[in-house]
Design a protein around this ligand. Structure first.
Ligand code: ZN
Ligand code: ZN
Ligand code: FE
Length: 681
């Protein structure tokens, strides 16, 4: 691109100036997400006399934004930079229209800006060169360090040192979830994964998301990935990250969220010193406040396009532009991976990833974030929309805000989220597959074939129902669902089969479950796709107890491979029954068939069943637009296969890309449905 500059006379105005922002209600310009440090600023770290090794360097093209905003409009005085008066040097740059730092609100330098402090063995170190020497030395020596990031604290350590990573895992009480790894650069990532062009684009983007990559063979410590063949990789995005790697021999650091177990990441220095210091060897803080907590965002490339799984730093609060008015609508979201959404004009603004509201601290974060959005976006909730589920804390919060709330069925919200993201407002075939969502018949849904538009839906088909012995407990103990399927298919005969996974479960426990099913004691029924994946993961003995959300389907997916063909049988009558498949899987297990074969054929069966049923609906309804949403489509193997089957057969396929297909995207769908219903009176 070529840009030419020429002088011109001022027309219609007598002069040019940038005035103080005026606060007027209703007019809210966008607030930018945080931006990774730019190339020019990296160079300036070594060139600009007042910013030599200044770890908070930024410009109009990079630096913190959303994480430091306290109020609207986005001026320095309304950010957590308000306590740092600019020095004359910075002020000159700030006011110079030809300078890259012209009106860069967080502009700062060695003389006037925020500073790091390293707390180590009872001392605090303030000099940046000393900090870097100490920090990198400690990391190389296998120490664990807590470091304040853009949106919250991280805990980091050498990703190749098994003893250290294991120690970190134990102290974080995080048993089974893989850790994210920050690499020094693309070359370091290429040592562990064959990355595609699309993956490279995401890794290098200014949003700097954690990108899930295939890395079956890598030289990292075993406790990083815990047997998974994927790795969450990302590149440096703060000046300090670059400065550390430049000084160090290490080229890969575990960089995991600074929290204990499932609590929100820590943002305050005093909490970090209280909670993280005891489990770390040193804590690195800085004296600028993080006002809006953001986690690292997580994406995966599926069919050559980026799909956002966790939408936070770098993405929030970018709005989704809709074609209709949504001012004043508050959508409370779901429960497990909650995000909420507010309507401003025609902009749907999704909150950053909040998390599992059942956690007390997370629910507090939810309420806090909502009040910040009220203030920063000048938002007044006039209509409140929630999930059908009466016990979701988001539903209760919505009901506290408004006596009359609009209720939206969970899977309809998933499909509407996909429609809103893709600007659809006409009937589609909606395929919504996930773990759990309350249906309008009070059973647990999760494998929904809808003919839907934004105002209503018709449930045309679903998978067969299965008892979940123990209710919620079954989610963490997939073996219970496997037993439930076996009982349905074989009766008590399965007790005599020599299935590997049953060897670890005492007979009496299995008997208890059969009694519970017979007597219908705490055995809700569900048609959830997620639970079917759980059952098969347990059946082939890759996950009988799940240590974190969706572990079983993830383990199962890691055995699926494109090289294996074929699928199992299934029945279609009123619903889709996978009984024949369960029978064949058991036969394969008894024949000691490879897990890769069983897992792949299972995935192919699910894809084939969905495809055939959708074809039937297409011929009945005459619709060839198909919208896919729900957490199950985070399964890359299934999503790719199914999308391609549809594309090859003349469907118009719509999927979620910039908005999560999991429950983190629900709020957008709730909002779109509410807007439609309100417009329809
Ligand atoms: Zn910059
Ligand atoms: Zn300065
Ligand atoms: Fe869901």
């Amino acid at each position: 691109m070529n840009i030419e500059l020429e002088d011109a006379e001022c027309e219609g105005y007598t002069d040019f100036r940038i005035s103080e922002s005026i606060d007027s209600e209703g007019i809210v310009s966008e607030i930018s997400p945080d931006i990774a440090i730019c190339e020019d600023c990296i160079k300036d770290l070594k060139l600009q006399p007042h910013r030599l090794s200044y770890p908070f360097i930024n410009c109009t093209n990079c630096g913190p934004r959303f994480s430091i905003v306290k109020d609207f409009p986005y001026d320095r005085a309304n950010t957590t930079m308000d306590i740092f008066p600019m020095c004359p040097n910075c002020e000159l740059e700030y006011n110079d229209i030809y300078d890259r730092r012209f009106h860069a609100q967080p502009v700062a330098c060695n003389h006037c800006g925020p500073r790091y402090s390293l707390y180590y063995s009872g001392k605090s170190v303030e000099n940046i060169d000393e900090i870097l020497n100490l920090l990198t030395g400690l990391l190389e020596a296998g120490k664990i360090i807590s470091i304040k990031g853009l949106g919250g604290f991280h805990i980091m350590c050498d990703a190749a040192n098994e003893r250290t990573v294991k120690r970190l895992r134990d102290s974080k009480q995080r048993e089974g979830k893989p850790f994210a790894v920050m690499f020094s650069g693309i070359e370091a990532i290429q040592k562990v994964s064959n990355i595609s062009k699309a993956e490279l684009r995401s890794l290098l983007s200014w949003r700097r998301p954690i990108t899930l990559l295939k890395a079956p063979k890598n030289n990292l410590a075993e406790s990083v990935c815990l047997g998974f063949d994927t790795i969450g990789a990302f590149l440096p995005y703060m000046p300090i990250h670059y400065m550390m790697f430049e000084k160090m021999k290490l080229d890969a650091l575990v960089l995991t969220s600074g929290n204990i177990s499932e609590e929100p990441i820590i943002t305050h220095n005093k909490d970090a010193l209280k909670i993280l210091e005891p489990i770390c060897d040193a804590v690195l803080t800085y004296n600028r406040e993080i006002y809006n907590r953001t986690d690292d965002s997580v994406i995966k490339v599926i069919n050559n396009t980026e799909r956002v799984f966790r939408r936070s730093r770098g993405y929030a609060p970018n709005p989704v532009y809709l074609k209709y008015h949504i001012e004043g609508i508050f959508a409370a979201g779901a429960e497990l991976v909650n995000c909420f959404c507010i309507g401003k004009g025609k902009q749907a603004i999704l909150s950053q990833h909040i998390g599992d509201l059942k956690n007390y601290e997370t629910y507090h974060f939810y309420k806090q974030a909502f009040h910040t959005f009220e203030k920063v976006f000048r938002f007044k909730p006039q209509w409140v929309v929630t999930d059908l589920h009466p016990d979701y804390l988001s539903t209760r919060f919505g009901e506290e805000l408004s006596k009359e709330t609009i209720k939206v069925q969970h899977h309809h919200a998933h499909i509407a989220s996909c429609m809103a993201e893709n600007h659809l407002d006409e009937p589609v075939i909606g395929l919504s597959f996930d773990g759990t969502g309350l249906g309008d018949d009070n059973t647990i849904w999760g494998s929904e074939f809808f003919v839907a538009d934004l105002s209503s839906y018709q449930r045309v088909s679903h998978f067969g129902y299965i008892e979940l012995p123990g209710g919620d407990k079954a989610t963490y103990e997939p073996w219970r669902i496997a037993v439930s399927y076996l009982y349905k298919v074989f009766g008590e005969d399965f007790m005599d089969m020599e299935l590997d996974f049953m060897k670890d479960i005492p007979d009496y426990q299995i008997r208890l479950i059969l009694t519970a099913i017979d007597k219908k004691i705490n055995c809700p029924v569900s048609c959830s796709a997620g639970r079917l994946f759980d059952a098969v993961a347990a059946l082939i003995n890759v996950c009988t107890f799940s240590k974190f959300h969706a572990e079983a389907p993830m383990r199962l997916e890691s055995f699926a491979t494109k090289e294996i063909k074929g699928y199992y049988d299934f029945d279609v009558s009123k619903s889709i029954s996978f009984k024949p498949m369960i029978q064949q899987i058991v036969n394969d297990m008894l024949k000691m068939e490879k897990k890769e074969v069983i897992s792949t054929k299972f995935h192919n069966t699910v894809a084939q069943a969905i495809f055939e049923e959708t074809n039937r609906i297409r011929s009945l309804a005459g619709i060839k637009k198909v919208a896919l949403s729900g957490g199950t489509f985070q399964n890359c193997y299934l999503a790719e296969r199914l999308e391609n089957m549809f594309l090859k057969n003349g469907y118009e396929v719509f999927t979620q890309k910039s908005i999560p297909c999991n429950d983190g995207g629900i709020a957008l769908g709730q909002l779109a449905i509410a807007a439609k219903r309100l417009n329809n009176g």
